[in-house]
Design a protein around this ligand. Sequence first.
Ligand code: NOJ
Length: 554
Amino acid sequence: MNLGEKVIYQVYPKSFYDSTGNGKGDLAGVIEKLDYIADLGVDLIWLNPFYPSPQKDNGYDISDYCAIDPTYGTMADFERLIAEAEKRGISLMLDMVLNHTSIEHEWFQKALAGDPEYQDFYYLRPAKADGSLPTNWQSKFGGPAWEKFGDTSLYYLHLYDVSQADLNWHNPKVRQALYQVINFWLAKGVKGLRFDVLNVIGKDPNFQDSQEPGSNQEKHLYTDTPIVHQWIKEMHQATFGRYDDIVTVGEMSSTDVANGIRYSNPTEQELSMIFSFHHLKVDYQDGEKWSDPEFDFIALKQILDTWQKGMSDHQGWNALFLNNHDQPRSNSRFGDVIHYPYETQTMLATAIQCLRGTPYIYQGEEIGMTDPGYQSIDDYVDVETLNHYQILQEKGYPIEKIMNIIRKKSRDNSRTPMQWDSSKHAGFTKGTPWLKVADNYQTINVERARKEGKIYKYYQDLIQLRKDYPIIQEGSYQGIQLDHPQIMAYERQYQGQFLLVVNNFYAQPSKLMLPSKYLDKSSQKLIGNGPLQFLTEEIMLQSYETAVFLLKDG
Ligand code: NOJ
């Protein structure tokens, strides 16, 4: 399979299009908008979870793996969605949330009722001799990672929300049950699988305390442990490895390049590719997400470079992305959406999509949707955001500072309803949206973008470029002048040709000296958002300008 040729579009169903008027998007809504997605030219749609769920973590708390939550529709809707997408040459990628279930899942409920078979599906541990929790681990959403297990004297582990109990993958029955879930969806014709936080499934059952609670050192206790690779290989064999056309991607929290290579090098028989997140932590203060420093541009480039080189040199494969449902909008984060909305969005898209890997586009970025900048905490609904609103207050931060941080970092930033047109609620729903629409929907919406906007068209062209040029699909990667303070430049190389990609990440125009090896070649500009047309020894890039050149002999 040529992974480099594919482009994946992420749909967050709850916020995509509401066909019923209940304020939440649904599968029938995705079907209605399939032509829009198909027009972009993408190959797969990754759908965030739509399974039955109490929605404590927006569907990542699953209470039944093999059904559809009634808010999203029915199994018949899902089957229609697969069929309608296939008609348009698009396949579906589903979210497999196999690290944890909701505590409302039948397995957890049976465990609570005292069934020992199901108690062994989870990590249940007694308190320490001194009465303290089994370990001092922190939940990734804030607070301790252990919660009382019913009215027993035990505690269950939850690395995420208290309603998301971690599954005991050491139990072969758990693994078999999860493989059946995967096979259930593959039998329905699903062609892609996105595995949620897959690299934290391998906890050491002799739970050890962390030396620095909440730190990276703590994460190492349960992240990328050797057994994870063993289980992924087993899962591969028992499920998607039996087909030859399934695209898989593992969401790898705090991973490293060495593990990334193992997860995605085809000879390992694990996954097609991975998501890693280090490049999206460049606006964290000392590793702390809930802070609001300026982003560190040099770090952004260096991290992307390390991953690109490392994976390229050892046949690993990256998922390429700057946006998803957990991240603030990258245009609000790394650019200027007020003064340069077109330049910012197209520059970021070019910088990321021309790298070596498979690009993911998150709904709305193709029209330049932004963070909503809500003024009140009451507008936010995400559990992680609301927890940190409390935690930051307990740390003594003033409310104004907390709100600034939340406006920059909340996951709700990307989850606002898709802006379809300039009618009420951006045409997303006829009811009341579950999350407030961003105020700018009258200027930023699909209807306008398609009629007079330039961003959507640019995305179409960029996607087509990947389809047309093997150098983008397969070329090796080499960074250029990594210490340049404003410009991210890199080359791809394939069969004696070069692709040169230059991006100015700032409003201030900036110069770049080009290596002489490019200048004796003939060059052709393939795409760009600004005036640069020809390559000379020194090129000048305007505000947020991007340009891509193909260089050949003769
Ligand atoms: C990663 C998902 O992307 C995120 O939305 C979710 O909260 C956590 N995993 C827990 O499932």
